[in-house]
Design a protein around this ligand. Structure first.
Ligand code: GUN
Ligand code: ZN
Length: 459
């Protein structure tokens, strides 16, 4: 716990059971903890409330969540906004599913009014599920992408996003000229990258090798290198049939990853969704270049794509975190994604601690944003959620009095959006239940005398 009081900034203390990952196997744990947030949304201190209360720190406002959990918000490393209308439509593997369900749904985003409606719904649902940062694929439409950015900007979500690019072998109504695709991407990047103190960040988004020409990929690599802090996101080796098509299309490449590498698309801030069918050399290339993987277990189940080589990814020290891949995965809730990540590994238990890390700090590390988000620590931005597992039916009433590992376990194996009490991005609530308001009122009355004495201490 460190604290540099900025004289002018008024602090809010969020009281509750603060749990925040440090590594895959360790976390900080204050069961009567406090998260102090300044007016800029930066965390001023994290620690036991009893200790902070005794210190010189002047607290302006208290929101008391009792025994409820205060956790870093979830980071969903890969999901598709236009596919939100298609969740739960099963029956086919990747390439057939794209043709039957996904491409028609994406084509509908040529209609700006429709694009706006779905974007509002999508970003509200992310907040309701406790996801504070989504790495999002919209569609090829520049206008719909602009609307998606505007919607996230207005609603307070944190996003990494960029217009989808497709200039080869795509349905006619979703196909573009590569020069137009590059120009529109550049314009959107200039308009949105870094918006609101880097709350919105741009990702250049060639969909996957199958719908990309060599020109598109090379042009994208050049663009990506021109704009500091931007991302490159695409799909990689998700499905065996897809891998075969890719290798026929680019016969000179050593592997699917090598197609991207050969066109300059592998490096820091490159994010590859799925990455199931990789060999050791591919893992080494990702690791050595600081590139990252969005592991999408629910989607890999749903589309019967295959099993992510989790152990090999860990051993290769590749940066990777979890993702819902809506609508490849049917559920936006990162609780479900965490559960599927361990269910999917038949010979491996991934512990609740590690799953918690994978859906928070690991995502920030994959995005090279671990200095700013992903865990609750002084100096980081206050992206956090309040979780109450007892809001879900079937969870034992006294769960919040159990050891922290057991609370995390119940949350992960039984969790859904009902457990989320509120969601904050950089100290601003973007989702609140009645319970949040109730807790705040309670704090104002019950802790009033305490506040008085705190004010007096400060003089
Ligand atoms: N590969 C290329 N496009 C897609 C997509 O929309 N979803 C998934 N799961 N894989 C893809
Ligand atoms: Zn995807």
């Amino acid at each position: 716990m460190t604290y540099e009081p900025a004289e002018s900034s008024k602090l809010t203390a969020y009281l509750g059971h603060v749990v925040s990952p440090i590594s895959p196997t360790t976390y900080v744990d204050y069961d009567q903890g406090a998260l102090l947030v300044d007016e800029e949304g930066v965390i001023a201190a994290v620690g036991p409330w009893a200790q902070i209360k005794q210190s010189e720190i002047l607290v302006e406002r208290i929101v008391d969540f009792g025994k409820r959990l205060i956790l870093p918000g979830f980071i969903d490393l890969h999901l598709h906004l236009p596919q939100f209308t298609q969740t739960g439509k099963s029956g086919q593997t990747l390439l057939g599913w794209l043709q039957a369900n996904i491409f028609p749904a994406e084509a509908a985003f040529s209609d700006a009014a429709y694009a706006g409606r779905i974007a509002s719904w999508f970003f509200d649902e992310l907040a309701r599920n406790g996801t504070t940062l989504g790495v999002v694929f919209p569609t090829i439409h520049a206008e719909a992408t602009d609307i998606a950015f505007k919607t996230a900007a207005a609603r307070g979500n944190r996003v990494v996003m960029g217009k989808v690019m497709m200039d080869f072998n795509a349905p006619e109504n979703l196909s573009e000229d590569f020069n137009v695709s590059l120009q529109e991407s550049e314009q959107l990047c200039k308009r949105w990258h870094g918006h609101d103190r880097d709350r919105l960040l741009y990702a250049f988004t060639p969909r996957f090798a199958l719908t990309s020409s060599a020109n598109l990929m090379r042009g994208t690599a050049r663009l990506w290198s021109r704009f500091d802090g931007t991302y490159l996101q695409t799909h990689l080796a998700e499905n065996k049939e897809e891998v075969d098509v890719a290798r026929h299309q680019f016969p000179g490449a050593r592997s699917y990853l090598d197609i991207y590498d050969g066109h300059g698309l592998v490096g820091k801030r490159a994010l590859f969704a799925h990455s199931i069918y990789l060999d050791q050399r591919d893992f080494d290339v990702l690791s050595e270049n600081g590139a990252a993987i969005a592991h999408c277990p629910s989607s890999n189940f749903f589309l019967k794509s295959g099993v992510f080589p989790f152990k090999r990814a860990m051993e290769s020290r590749v940066r990777f975190g979890l993702a819902s891949d809506i609508a490849g995965g049917p559920e936006m809730s990162m609780f479900k994604v965490m559960k599927d990540a361990t269910y999917m590994q038949f010979e491996l238990f991934i512990s609740p601690r590690e799953l918690f890390y994978l859906s928070t700090l690991a995502g920030a590390e994959a995005l090279q944003l671990e200095d700013r988000i992903g865990s609750l620590a002084a100096g980081k931005e206050a992206d956090f959620i309040v979780v109450d597992p007892t809001r879900k039916s079937g969870v034992v009433e006294h769960i919040l009095s159990q050891p922290t590992d057991e609370i995390l376990s119940a949350m992960i194996y039984m969790g859904d959006d009902r457990m989320i009490v509120s969601t904050y991005v950089r100290g601003v609530p973007i989702y609140e239940t009645d319970e949040t308001v109730f807790r705040e009122n309670l704090a104002y009355t019950d802790s009033f005398s305490e506040r008085e004495s705190l004010c007096k201490q400060k003089g």
